[in-house]
Design a protein around this ligand. Structure first.
Ligand code: FES
Ligand SMILES: [Fe+2]
Length: 446
């Protein structure tokens, strides 16, 4: 086995606090969970829903986070509004479905009606309220809302910095992938017996990959990955793709996954003359050359981005994996009452070939698979238990399934009297960085 080299780490934004040991308390304690509800969630920009789910007037989507619930809607004027899902009469939830399309929001309890922007319009028996109800004062309470990469984000702090400022360099990295042009092909949620941060931490390191995701050795070179630490607790990792794990013997021939990629770009693997380590550069060249005729515009992506993989953890609870023709958006959400439970949302996107790209480049449009052009209806949201994944009744793809199998045992182990704090390798620097910024935003230390 080849020597293990130090993990290259680039620090763009060190946390303004000294690192503290990461103890189980933050994963297990109801008190810590309440502090998150008070100090963390209300201050951060959070990915709330898909822009496509509020595309038309009256469309709405509900974002549930712990005990909080927020409605995102497309208003009569064509804007996106976001407001707390709490009727201003006596607090009932106004929207009880996760998504839908309505002419107005009507509270199911006493029938107060709100416009699509949350403005109160109808109070049944208004004259029985002393002086009548002030419709401005009793309209739904607004929160900040913005869009980026085809996603809708909210922030409960009306004085918070703008979204793109909060995302900083990570936003600049993600923007050229144009996720807003991608199509949703999967919408899943798994209910897990672990704290939401255990899911997030899991995507903060590649250390576990060789142990529980052996198939990755045929796809990426994780040992040479480069870690990046950003302002506001965001982190990223760049992994060399379309190659094999450099710590293992290098095969002469393309492996199964590499053959699939070569075939996709019209190269017969049986006739491929290059050596295994040439495949990555050849894929870059082929993609660059054939992109327009296949209907893909790679003009904003560097050669490395045509072969490699970038994964970002966006503080506090969102994960994005971006590739030229696909993206994975994941989110860990806290349970309303139990720090030992959470929700893990997974949205899968793919880029459908676009004939206009070929037309703009003046080449004939020749998609690699005509089936890719068939319309894709929005997938229905599928929510299930981790036991469904473990028993094989549901799958979230092989890699995520492997993580799901393991993750509740991490939470269980942290309950032991025999475990006091984590120790992190240099490859797990993203986890420490995240927790340092978490401490900072939680006000543990100024
Ligand atoms: S609580 Fe909504 S109308 Fe009374
Ligand atoms: Fe994993």
């Amino acid at each position: 086995m080849a020597e293990v080299k130090a993990t290259p780490t680039i620090v763009h934004g060190a946390a303004p606090v000294e690192p503290l040991p990461i103890t189980p308390e933050r994963y297990l304690s109801p008190t810590y969970m309440q502090r998150e509800a008070d100090n963390l969630w209300p201050r951060m920009w959070l990915f709330a829903c898909l822009e496509r789910d509020v595309a038309n007037v009256g469309d709405f989507s509900v974002f549930n986070l712990g005990r909080e619930s927020i409605i995102i809607s497309r208003t009569q004027e064509g804007n996106i509004a976001a407001f707390y899902n709490a009727c201003q009469h006596r607090g009932a939830k106004v929207a009880t479905e996760d998504r839908g399309c309505v002419a107005k929001f009507v509270c199911p309890y006493h029938g107060w009606s709100y416009r699509l922007d949350g403005k109160l319009v109808v109070v049944p028996d208004n004259n029985r309220f002393c002086g009548g109800v002030d419709r401005n004062e009793r309209s739904m309470q607004q929160v900040q809302v913005d869009t980026f990469a085809g996603l809708v984000w909210i922030c409960m702090d009306n004085n918070a910095a703008p979204l793109r400022e909060y995302l900083g360099m990570v936003g600049d990295r993600i923007a050229p992938f144009h996720m807003e042009n991608m199509t949703l092909v999967g919408d899943q949620t798994v209910r897990l017996d672990c704290n939401w941060k255990a899911v997030y931490d899991n995507f903060g390191e590649l250390y576990h990959v060789e142990h529980i995701h052996p198939q990755h050795a045929m796809l990426f070179d994780c040992p040479t990955a480069q870690v990046e630490l950003f302002e506001n607790g965001h982190t990223g990792v760049n992994i060399i793709g379309h190659t094999v794990n450099s710590r293992l013997p290098i095969p002469e021939e393309p492996n199964f996954y590499q053959k699939v990629q070569l075939e996709k770009y019209g190269v017969d693997p049986a006739l491929y003359n290059g050596r295994n380590l040439d495949i990555r550069l050849d894929i870059q060249k082929i993609r660059r050359q054939k992109g327009p005729e296949l209907g893909f515009d790679y003009s904003e992506l560097s050669d490395e981005r045509l072969s490699d993989i970038e994964q970002y953890n966006l503080f506090p609870n969102m994960m994005i994996t971006a590739q030229p023709e696909s993206a994975l958006v994941m989110r860990a959400r806290p349970h309303p009452t139990d720090p030992n439970k959470c929700f893990w949302d997974k949205y899968t996107f793919k880029l459908v070939p676009n004939p206009e790209v070929a037309a703009r480049a003046g080449v004939e449009f020749r998609p690699s698979n005509p089936k890719d052009l068939l319309p894709i209806p929005r997938p229905t949201h599928d929510e299930f238990e981790q036991d469904d994944v473990i028993a094989g009744r549901k799958t979230m793809d092989i890699t995520v399934d492997q993580d799901v199998h393991l993750i509740r045992d991490i939470q269980a182990g942290m309950h032991s009297r025999g475990f006091t704090s984590q120790i992190l390798s240099e490859e797990e620097a993203r986890i420490q960085h995240y927790h340092d910024w978490l401490d900072y935003f939680m006000g543990e230390r100024s």
